[in-house]
Design a protein around this ligand. Structure first.
Ligand code: GN1
Ligand code: MG
Length: 369
């Protein structure tokens, strides 16, 4: 941590009703968008507060106030509920001015307590861990189902509009600002081949067949803090993209991450496949938490959600590679290309296993009737 960053972090802290000085600060590197730091704040009395400080990426979230407004709405909604959510949902501390964010040098920052005994995982090798994760994300939808959608801003317009994502992808290919497209013709052809399939969900939503609901929209397994010993979900984090969306996208994004036999950016695509045990456990958990209010059509299109979101993210990674890596943080050359290839390999395996995926969803519903 250099002095400049430390000065900024101290500046942020000074806007909160907290005592003490920063004794330790280290960056957390697993998010692709925002900058996150774990900070220890020592009081003269000897008490130490463990905090998480996060700078919102305003290139991606061009109106950070809207993101923080949504998070405030969610916190207020949860406070009103008498029925407790089994797992917590992250909220942020108020500044001395009573806002849930602080502005320093025109940058938006937010602060929360570090959740004790929490861990996150990039890879899931024990399928039995996933029932509770599926349940937590499923319950997230049910707990927010009565939050009026009009109270929430669309923090990134058309975030999971797969048709617009693929249109944008092909426009970037046509532009090819760095001449990177020639080397990846095979990958580009994959999107041309599966474009229609990937647009089915957005078409159904636009036709009114699939309803919009308040959804999380970024349901990676590492967006649930787990208890390091019991393996129980402690807290759902990363509410930046909570807005109207499709439950199938939340289901699908979680499967894409937690039921991959490899990490999201595995360069050796021979290691990448859909792990059916993981898939089954997550599905059982998710469906048992929310099948009660989902329509038959929503349930029937769950498995398609996994394929859709995997193709969509692959196209986003590859578009960013072609465009020169301005959106997702990269940690090595061709990182976005490797991420895209990994997601393409996963989508291909899902396409081959689609019937089985569908059967598992339907079996999970039967258990719950
Ligand atoms: C980004 O930064 P992070 O890790 O929360 C992205 C998601 C992708 C994800 C892929 C706002 O999420 O859509 O699925 O990377 N978030 C945004 O790991 O674009
Ligand atoms: Mg996110």
């Amino acid at each position: 941590m250099n002095d400049l960053n430390l000065k900024v972090l101290n500046n942020v802290i000074s806007q909160y009703p907290l005592q003490g000085t920063i004794t330790e600060a280290s960056p957390c590197v697993n998010g692709h968008i925002n900058d996150t730091y774990r900070v220890s704040l020592g009081e003269a009395s000897g008490i130490t507060h463990e905090l998480i400080l996060q700078r919102i990426n305003d290139h991606v979230f061009v109106e950070p106030e809207k993101v923080m407004h949504n998070i405030q709405e969610i916190a207020a909604h949860l406070r009103q509920k008498d029925s407790a959510y089994d797992c917590d949902i992250i909220s942020f501390l108020d500044t001395k001015d009573g806002q849930n964010y602080a502005v320093v040098n025109d940058q938006f920052w937010r602060l929360c307590h570090y959740v004790p005994n929490s861990v996150t995982y990039e890879l899931v090798d024990d399928a039995s861990m996933l029932f509770s994760a599926g349940f937590a994300f499923g319950q997230f939808q049910s707990i927010l189902a009565d939050l009026p959608m009009e109270n929430l801003h669309e923090t990134i317009p058309d975030f999971h509009n797969t048709r617009k994502r693929l249109d944008a992808f092909f426009a970037t290919v046509a532009e090819d600002p760095l001449g990177r497209a020639a080397a990846i013709e095979e990958e580009i052809a994959f999107f041309a081949e599966h474009r229609n399939l990937a647009c089915q969900l957005i078409n159904l939503q636009e036709q009114g067949v699939l309803p919009l609901r308040v959804t999380h929209n970024d349901t990676k397994y590492n967006n649930i803090l787990m208890h390091e010993e019991t393996g129980k979900p402690l807290c759902v984090i990363d509410l930046d993209t909570v807005m109207p969306g499709l439950p199938a996208h939340d289901f699908g994004d979680a499967i894409r991450f937690a039921a991959n036999t490899a990490v999201e950016d595995e360069p050796d695509t021979s290691k990448v496949a859909l792990n059916m045990d993981n898939y089954r456990e997550f599905t059982r958990g998710f469906i048992s938490a929310c099948s009660g209010f989902l329509t038959d059509k929503e349930i029937e299109t769950m498995a398609l959600g996994a394929i859709t979101i995997t193709i969509e993210l692959a196209s986003r990674f590859l578009a960013d590679h072609i465009d020169g890596d301005h959106y997702f943080k990269i940690h090595r050359p061709n990182h976005n290309l490797e991420r895209a290839r990994c997601q393409i390999a996963l989508a291909q395996d899902m396409l081959a296993k689609y019937d089985q995926m569908q059967e598992i969803v339907m079996d999970s519903v039967k258990v719950n009737v």
